[in-house]
Design a protein around this ligand. Structure first.
Ligand code: NAD
Length: 297
């Protein structure tokens, strides 16, 4: 059996979705020496990538046709499925497709069946770390799928990330990403609620944050968000609330699909969806503090 070659610079990569993550991640790939072509439905997004020195195509079919690797960085799994299904006839036979969006794992497994049956290789590789770490090329990447495909794209992933975790079967990266964000989102709400209750009792919120961080209540929110973005009322940590709401709902849907009771995830998903419907479309996820503040007890 012959081993297929690893994808190395100057291999050709297409990035579909030039939003907050696609632009800096595409730039990392270019810096690593890959030939990158970007595509986005939005002319403004294409313009931004071009202004940052990237090459863009104005049609998705032109963007993918010469690519050894097609990366999707799209809003959700449904959009990924419809974009890739529509592009199957245009993508180079045998190309590797990597969905780096935060998609739903069950949908990813369904999509994988049709892409793999059509002769493509496909892995899911969602990321954690936000725009800052996307810009620095230091994302955490959780990748699911066939080990030999992951071996082939390791150089591509390591151009964008510092830690690359192999999570198992196709879809397991997406499952891990949604579950991670559920844990983060639940911890954020607990920290916000506790701080608000304490403040009403007469505790100093800043002191509360210091005590959480020296005690067993410490979590990612108490460490890097509570004082910085919530108590300060800046609400600009850099991760949109609509994406957090999507991730928590994905985790909750996964719990139901697995038949695993997750009563807190049910409540949490409803809370984040409620905030996403009420607050501004561009609201930061830390602004759930404002939403909870306005709720009746
Ligand atoms: P974004 O909304 O900024 O960008 C998405 C882009 O996709 C937009 O420019 C949009 O025009 C484009 N698009 C939508 N449908 C398209 C289609 N059919 N074809 C081509 N382009 C299309 O989103 P983002 O913040 O870049 O996030 C991308 C993915 O990464 C999401 O799944 C998100 O959950 C995940 N993610 C985001 C962050 C973050 O901090 N922003 C962190 C981790 C993971």
């Amino acid at each position: 059996m012959t081993t297929k070659p690893k994808i190395a610079p100057p291999g050709s990569i297409c990035v579909i979705g030039l939003g907050n993550m696609g632009i800096p991640m595409g730039a990392c790939l270019q810096r690593a020496g890959f030939k990158v072509t970007g595509f986005d439905l939005s002319e403004a997004a294409r313009g931004k990538f071009r202004a940052a020195g990237g090459e863009v195509a104005s049609m998705a079919a032109d963007a993918v046709k010469a690519a050894d690797v097609v990366i999707t960085l799209l809003p959700n799994g449904k959009i990924v499925r419809s974009a890739l299904t529509a592009l199957q006839a245009d993508i180079k036979p045998g190309a590797i497709i990597i969905d780096m969006s935060s998609s739903d794992p069950v949908g990813t497994q369904e999509l994988g069946k049709s892409l793999i049956a059509a002769g493509f290789e496909f892995v899911d590789a969602p990321v954690s770390g936000g725009v800052k770490r996307a810009t620095d090329g230091t994302l955490a990447i959780m990748v699911g799928g066939a080990a030999d495909t992951i071996d082939r794209v390791e150089g591509v992933l390591s151009a964008m990330g510092r830690s690359i975790f192999r999570t198992g079967v196709l879809g397991s990266g997406h499952a891990m990403k949604a579950l991670n964000n559920y844990v983060s989102a639940a911890g954020l709400i607990a920290a916000v609620e506790a701080t608000r209750v304490g403040e009403k009792f007469g505790l100093d919120p800043e002191l509360m944050a210091d005590i959480f961080n020296a005690s067993s209540g410490r979590n990612n929110t108490t460490e890097v968000k509570l004082k910085q973005f919530i108590i300060s009322k800046k609400f600009n940590a850099g991760f949109p609330l609509r994406l957090m709401a999507k991730d928590v709902r994905t985790a909750d849907d996964l719990a139901h699909a697995m038949g695993a009771a997750a009563p807190l995830a049910d409540l949490c998903a409803d809370l984040w969806d409620g905030a996403a419907k009420t607050l501004d479309q561009d609201a930061d996820h830390t602004a759930i503090g404002l939403y909870i503040e306005k709720m009746k007890s």
